[in-house]
Design a protein around this ligand. Structure first.
Ligand SMILES: [Zn+2]
Length: 89
């Protein structure tokens, strides 16, 4: 009885972590973009790609292994907030 309760709370914890990671990726896809260091162009990653590709791809906080849709360069790029760019314009 006590055993099954601890397994249940472990599963719940894993579910909470997965939901938080998914929510974080959705927020990132909506509010952040990437800047290609090779061609300097800006591009956004779609929510679907961010959420489902995010589990398979390497990411470290705001850095993420992404492929530039313009020049095809694939490397670790930093996510930049969309608002920060607006201030510069
Ligand atoms: Zn590029």
């Amino acid at each position: 009885m006590h055993q099954s309760m601890s397994v249940g709370s472990t599963v719940l914890l894993v579910v909470i972590i997965v939901v938080v990671v998914l929510a974080f990726n959705v927020i990132k896809a909506k509010n952040y973009h990437y800047e290609c260091p090779k061609c300097q162009r800006h591009f956004k990653v779609g929510v679907f790609e961010m959420v489902f590709g995010g589990m398979l791809r390497v990411q470290f906080f705001m850095y993420r292994l992404v492929r530039c849709p313009y020049c095809g360069n694939t490397e670790m790029m930093r996510a930049v907030r969309d608002q920060d760019e607006d201030k510069n314009l």
